[in-house]
Design a protein around this ligand. Structure first.
Ligand SMILES: *Cc1c(COP(=O)(O)O)cnc(C)c1O
Length: 355
């Protein structure tokens, strides 16, 4: 607290990101980063962009990147909005589209940034409980509301809803904006982008951070019909007109166009995920089926707190959310097979300690 603060500052509950620690021999499976590097073509493009031209501001609308994204998603460039990570795109969505008199709905087990943005922008929200299996039931969203947001696949469970469920949600709420946060869709979900043409209330948000291995570059985007995109543009131009720098635009375009690299690394992550799920089940873990680049798992007898602490003592970081009903779950990002093996070895010691 400080007398220099604006009144809003003390009312905020900032999002707490997974730790970014640097330790020798660390196995970092706590922030859903991709274990494999970005496209070599993206790295080359970033290097080529690092010239005297950096004295000039970048294209505020990143038209080159929006055109590349639009082409492969079958939409027009003016239906694409890009931002400094999808967190920024989502933040603008909260302010521009999700604040209404009636409450914003999102699942009670979901991306923990949603309540933070709601408080930042003074949005009243209602958390819709997931079922006993931690699954989102779209029928439970059939209630009066101002807007809806949910990740698909959901975070931190990794569970994906079929497209029929998203369509049902859009049909149930034709007069409310519905934002689908597809941060993990490339690892096994089905994108709602093809529904954009028929649903003026749908905004789909994706990121380069996970499936394109560019968490450090900070690039995310949204696709929707013009009025929704225009709302985001108005927010951007009231906040920061140049959210993507020249290096980010160059790197993101090259990464987007290197489809082969993307598919190869994505398939490796999916294969490691299924391998790790099997190993965890063999150790007595209940593992939710995942369509993401992480697993959400709970041991039959050992608390999440004890497991996370035991792993940490072995320089293995995973993410845990210390709140019911998920306090005993670990969210484990998919690493290389070698990293997953170290995790399994550590868990094996904790589950069945040597005498
Ligand atoms: C990782 C994540 C994001 C944000 O990613 P950016 O790095 O800001 O693009 C958004 N939504 C969910 C559910 C995420 O897990």
């Amino acid at each position: 607290m400080s007398r220099f603060w604006s009144p809003v500052v003390s009312s905020l509950t900032p999002y707490v990101a997974g730790e970014q620690v640097v330790l020798p021999d660390l196995v970092k499976l706590n922030t859903n980063e991709n274990p494999y590097g970005p496209s070599p073509q993206a790295l080359a493009a970033i290097r080529e962009a690092a010239t005297d031209v950096l004295r000039l501001y970048p294209d505020p609308t990143a038209l080159r990147l929006r055109t590349a994204i639009a082409r492969s998603h079958g939409v027009e460039p003016d239906q694409v909005f890009v931002g400094n990570g999808s967190d920024e795109v989502l933040a603008h969505s909260f302010a521009a589209l999700l604040k209404h008199d009636a409450p914003l709905l999102f699942p009670d087990v979901t991306y923990s940034f949603y309540p933070s943005w709601s408080r930042l922008y003074g949005i009243t929200f209602r958390e819709v409980p997931v079922d006993e299996g931690l699954q989102v039931r779209v029928a439970d969203f059939r209630q009066p509301c101002g807007a809806i947001i949910l990740p698909n696949p959901n975070a931190p469970t990794g569970s994906a809803l079929p497209l029929q469920d998203i369509e049902a949600l859009l049909h149930d709420h034709p007069d409310q904006p519905v934002v689908i946060d597809e941060a993990y869709v490339d690892f096994g979900g089905t994108s709602a982008v093809p529904l954009v043409a028929r649903h003026p209330n749908l905004l789909v948000v994706q990121t380069f951070s996970k499936s394109r291995s560019l968490a450090g570059l900070r690039v995310g985007f949204a696709i929707g019909q013009r009025p929704l995109i225009e709302a985001l543009e108005r927010m951007r131009d009231s906040f920061n007109s140049y959210p993507l720098d020249r290096l980010a635009i160059a790197g993101a375009v090259a990464a987007w166009e290197d489809r082969g690299w993307f598919e190869t690394q994505r398939d490796r992550v999916i294969a490691s995920r299924e391998r790790l799920a099997g190993a965890l089940r063999a150790l007595g873990f209940d593992v939710l089926p995942s369509a993401a680049n992480f697993l959400f798992a709970r041991h039959a007898t050992i608390s999440g707190e004890a497991l996370a602490a035991g792993l940490r003592a072995r320089s293995i970081l995973v993410r845990r959310f210390a709140r019911p009903p998920i306090q005993d779950h670990l969210r484990i990002s998919i690493g290389t097979d070698a990293e997953c093996d170290r995790l399994v070895a550590g868990l094996a010691e904790l589950v069945d300690p040597p005498a």
